[in-house]
Write a protein that binds this ligand. Structure first.
Ligand code: ADP
Ligand code: DAR
Length: 366
């Protein structure tokens, strides 16, 4: 079994140059591991082995994986995030002194001549006392949701964060039906059916769907916490407007509340910052995005030209339904900085503002 997997990885190494996990797999290092660690590391790569077209090709399955398999993950991180091997991450939400920040510190899209946009900033968090989603049992998933259901009672009692929890777990007191679930997905509040994601399925992250999954939503629908998606928690703020600081500052304030709820302790690494399932999210776990119409750059109905222009600007282009979805009929796309690691939270949100300014100029010049 192990020999077959090693042979498959070596074949992929020769045929899949973009699959970072297989490219960084070293059979000599692998040979030095105990049988238990060999099994753990191969589990991390399963998604990339079963999906040769993967870009990253691996997920951490235990909070300690990045440290326990540092010779492997340090190569993966260096290659994907284009940082020196062994680079250490620093978290910082303070905008003060960030390069490119407007003099008054206000990231206002109206100053770029843009209308109100749909703005969203999310980060990932994993509870340190559970396996990461790729290695959770069904019981783990249900226990984590129960723990969060109790934690949400604190938020429900707070004017700024009061709301309700929606559960996909049959028998949960907050269980919702399919129509309610789909309505939340269509409103960009709830995450998509994980069973349909081949990468998450191969990684074990989608296992036991839909048990242990749900989302907490504030009364104004501007503060959301996913439970049981790619990370234990995805914590986010969303708002239709022009001042990016509004969602960024609200998320930071909300995080300060959540991180101090009794019984919640999150996984952090001294070297890598916020621990996440996917190495692409490690460090900040943050994706800051806006939905913006680029009708000229998407005139052919695809995101091809928009991606070609956005990529050199350090920007990712996603569809209006998020990752692996199509662009909007009116040319609306989801734009976000690609960087998550060895960049601070403040630098990410400033990079989004600067990136949108450049991308919007390209749209106007087209
Ligand atoms: P993530 O951002 O957590 O990596 P996705 O890219 O799949 O996950 O997006 C998840 C959901 O969030 C999707 O419904 C997507 O449309 C929505 N979304 C992302 N950014 C925005 C935004 N700026 N405005 C509104 N919805 C957004
Ligand atoms: N498709 C997987 C993951 C890429 C990053 N997206 C995440 N983590 N949602 C790949 O390895 O290409």
């Amino acid at each position: 079994m192990t020999a077959d997997l090693i042979a498959k990885i070596e074949t992929l190494k020769a045929t899949r140059p973009n699959n970072i996990a297989v490219q960084c797999f070293d059979p000599v290092y692998f040979g030095t591991l105990s049988n238990a660690h060999k099994s753990r590391l191969l589990k991390c790569l399963n998604s990339g082995i079963e999906n040769p077209d993967s870009e990253m090709g691996c997920y951490a399955c235990q909070p300690s994986d990045y440290d326990d398999f540092k010779p492997f993950f340090s190569k993966v991180l260096a290659r994907y995030h284009k940082v020196p091997e062994g680079a250490r991450h620093t978290n910082d939400w303070s905008l003060k002194g960030v390069d490119g920040l407007p003099e008054d510190g206000v990231l206002d899209f109206a100053r770029l001549g843009l209308p109100a946009l749909s703005m969203r900033v999310r980060t990932g968090r994993n509870l340190k006392d559970f396996p990461l989603p790729g290695s959770m049992t069904k019981d783990d998933r249900i226990r984590l949701e129960e723990k969060m259901t109790t934690a949400f009672k604190t938020l429900i009692a707070m004017p700024d964060y009061g709301g309700r929890y929606y559960s996909l777990t049959p028998g949960h007191p907050c269980f919702i039906d399919d129509a309610t679930y789909q309505g939340l997905v269509d409103a960009h509040i709830m995450f998509k059916n994980m069973d349909s994601d081949r990468f998450l399925t191969a990684a074990g992250i989608a296992a036991d769907w839909p048990y242990g999954r749900g989302c907490y939503v504030s009364a104004d629908k501007g503060f959301i916490i996913w439970v049981g998606e790619e990370d234990h928690l995805r914590i986010m703020c969303m708002q239709h407007g022009t001042v990016l600081n509004d969602v960024f500052d609200r998320l930071k304030s909300a995080l300060d509340v959540v991180e101090n709820i009794e019984g919640l302790e999150f996984a952090y690494s001294a070297d890598y910052g916020v621990v996440t399932s996917c190495p692409t999210n490690l460090g900040t776990g943050m994706r800051a995005s806006v939905h913006i119409a680029l009708p000229k750059l998407t005139a052919d109905g695809t995101d091809t030209r928009a991606k070609a222009i956005a990529k050199p600007l350090g920007l990712s282009v996603r569809g209006v339904g998020g990752e692996h979805t199509p662009i909007g009929a009116d040319g609306t796309v989801d734009i976000s900085p690609a960087a998550r690691f060895c960049i601070t939270e403040a630098e990410i949100v400033t990079a989004l503002y600067k990136g949108i300014a450049l991308l919007n100029a390209k749209e106007n010049q087209s």
